[in-house]
Ligand binder design. Structure first.
Ligand SMILES: Cc1ncc(COP(=O)(O)O)c(C=O)c1O
Length: 392
């Protein structure tokens, strides 16, 4: 038989899948999986149920239900003071993942270079490669995840077509500052490139810091497609409702890619998300504050076990430095060992790098009930104590 496509053929089982299977086998508390263990607001779910019964349940408009496109535009005004035309500048997709795929397929020609910042969210590399793009990787590493401006400048060239930027960043939990965004924007403008801005954690930022969208930076309105997700903003990761916002000329080819990928997204879920996006400021503040409390709870408890806790500015992921355990060499082996021996599952941060990854860091998801976080810490405490380590 002729070979199937080389990008996907033979891809190994991801570490995410492996860790989840191991968690089930060992009845571990799974803080590896990046999703909330409690569903989002009931009133939004009720809206979806009502819409499902009332119908129509037929193909909605290709660009999305108008009420949701208007709600997305209204949120740009509310949170970023940006004027967005809901008719020509907003596209509703089946999750942010579909929006990323549409944007990459619409923008990238074979041979185009795409600048990306490691650690990388898992779908970026295969999608860019499948589109024929050439990844140009720039690294940030813990504990400070600082951008090296020289390395960054070297990654850009006349062949750069796009910067694919995740902000707030999973797994680094880094929220880019205005200065960093300006540095990136200057390079993008100088090389006449685009930005695919994955901003799915836009509402999950802590300590009073505001998320700054690449779309709002001077000169970036025409060359940025910003991508959001109801999965993250409302804790409905299974709904897969995403939204892309871009200037009409940029959105047009992205909408064409969407037209031939999924064409639409379930209308009842779109109507419910439109209702959710219209919630008052308090909902969005509570989302961030609730998760900030969980971050602080887990961070404090992990520090009391003698583990290194890397600062977390946004998203719902906390990075632990396990050097104090003398485990420097293989974070994947440590993640397996901790699942089997302690009954707590994480994801090794090296899984987000292509090569030469830092090897002592584990990512924990704290978007879980307090009792689940406490149980995980208690298990780690017993495990470390049994190994003869001093724990508070
Ligand atoms: C950085 C990032 N981008 C995109 C996604 C996917 O979002 P969606 O579920 O809306 O496709 C995720 C989900 O974990 C993510 O962490």
């Amino acid at each position: 038989m002729k070979p199937t496509n080389s990008v996907y053929t033979g891809l190994p089982t991801t570490i995410f899948e492996e860790m989840s299977r191991l968690a089930i086998a060992h009845k571990a508390v799974n803080l590896g999986q990046g999703f909330p263990d409690v569903d989002g607001p009931e009133d939004i779910r009720k809206k979806a149920a009502e819409a499902l019964i009332e119908g129509p349940n037929q193909y909605p408009p290709m660009l999305g239900v108008m009420a949701l496109r208007e709600a997305v535009a209204a949120n740009w005004k509310r949170f970023h003071n940006l004027e967005v035309d809901p008719v020509n500048e907003v596209l509703i997709t089946s999750g942010a993942t579909e929006a990323l795929s549409d944007a990459i397929n619409a923008l990238i020609e074979p041979g185009d270079e795409v600048v990306m910042i490691e650690p990388l969210y898992d779908c970026y590399l295969p999608l860019v490669k499948r589109a024929g793009g050439i990844p140009k990787l720039v690294r940030v590493t813990p504990p400070d995840w600082a951008l090296d401006s020289d390395e960054l400048a070297r990654a850009f060239s006349p062949k750069t077509k796009a910067l694919l930027l995740n902000n707030p960043h999973n797994p680094a939990a880094k929220v880019y500052s205005r200065e960093e965004l300006k540095l990136l924007a200057d390079l993008v403008i100088r090389h006449d490139a685009y930005v695919i801005a994955d901003e799915v954690y836009e509402h999950i930022v802590f300590d009073g810091v505001r998320h700054i969208s690449m779309l709002s930076l001077p000169g970036m309105r025409e060359r940025t497609v910003a991508i959001g997700s109801a999965g993250k903003s409302f804790s409905f990761t299974g709904w897969k409702v995403g939204y892309a916002t871009a200037a009409p000329a940029l959105l047009d080819p992205i909408a064409k890619a969407h037209q031939f990928t999924t064409f639409t997204t379930p209308p009842d879920l779109q109507k419910a998300v439109a209702y959710g996006l219209a919630k008052d400021e308090r909902y969005f503040a509570d989302l961030a504050n609730g998760l900030q409390e969980k971050r602080d709870r887990l961070a404090k408890d992990c520090a009391s076990l003698g583990l290194g806790v890397i600062p977390c500015q946004g998203t719902y992921f906390l990075t632990l430095d396990m050097k104090s355990l003398g485990m420097d060499g293989d974070d994947a082996a440590l993640a397996r060992k901790m699942t089997v021996e302690a009954g707590v599952t994480s994801v090794p941060v090296s899984a987000f790098y292509v090569a030469q990854a830092p090897k002592t860091f584990l990512r924990l998801c704290f978007s879980k009930r307090d009792s689940v976080l406490d149980e995980a810490v208690e298990r780690m405490r017993r495990w470390l104590a049994a190994a003869g380590r001093k724990v508070a």
